[in-house]
Design a protein around this ligand. Structure first.
Ligand SMILES: NC(=O)c1ccc[n+]([C@@H]2O[C@H](COP(=O)([O-])OP(=O)(O)OC[C@H]3O[C@@H](n4cnc5c(N)ncnc54)[C@H](OP(=O)(O)O)[C@@H]3O)[C@@H](O)[C@H]2O)c1
Length: 167
């Protein structure tokens, strides 16, 4: 769902690395640096991020959509972003399928290291008259790019209100 967002970032930033189990497919035509791994493998994720920093320099922006099957991955990314004197922004994309995201507690980031600025992007839904629907991948990607551009602490793509109108 973040394919278009990844490609959009690749048009703006010198280097964009993408973590996915099959990242090569995205990288083939786009100049994206693929990090093909399972993010629930902490050692592999750490190794790949460090290698990317060694090759391309410090990461200034991370956009993370991480399933709950890897509860430690977000914190690990935050740790790897943290480099003294190198400000970095961490955009955490959060779904709204399970609970009202405007009431979600902050995720398992025990402490976001000092140079890292946490940003939240909540995936809402679209109300159309008396009905509602979930966001399309395209709406999610363009919403994430808008959130990055606005740099707000919290962005909501679509709406989460009224919550009882969710699909
Ligand atoms: N409002 C909302 O809350 C809302 C709206 C729309 C959609 N959604 C949700 O968004 C999701 C749609 O996402 P999607 O279709 O893009 O699929 P996805 O399963 O969430 O995968 C997203 C990306 O993450 C990668 N990925 C998944 N598991 C991984 C792992 N263990 N390690 C590394 N990379 C991993 C996938 O690539 P690989 O498969 O190559 O690893 C893919 O590039 C659905 O779950 C849908 O319910 C929510």
């Amino acid at each position: 769902m973040l394919r278009e967002a990844s490609l959009g970032l690749a048009r703006t930033f010198d280097t964009v690395s993408v973590v996915a189990r099959h990242a090569d497919a995205l990288a083939a035509s786009s100049g994206i640096n693929p990090l093909s791994l399972d993010y629930s493998d902490s050692a592999a994720l750490t190794r790949a991020l460090r290698q990317a920093v060694e090759t391309h320099g410090p990461v200034s922006l991370a956009v993370c959509w991480i399933h709950s099957t890897a509860p430690g991955a977000l914190g690990l990314v935050a740790q790897e972003l943290a480099r003294p004197g190198e400000p970095a922004r961490l955009f955490h994309v959060r779904g709204s399928a399970a609970a009202d995201p405007s009431r979600l507690p902050r995720p398992g980031l025990d402490a976001v290291p000092e140079p890292v600025q946490y940003r939240e992007v909540i995936l809402g839904f679209i109300v159309e008259g008396e009905r509602s629907r979930w966001l399309t991948n395209s709406e999610i990607s363009s919403g994430v790019l808008r959130a990055v551009a606005s740099d707000a602490a919290r962005s909501i793509i679509g709406t989460v209100e009224p919550w009882h109108m969710r699909p």
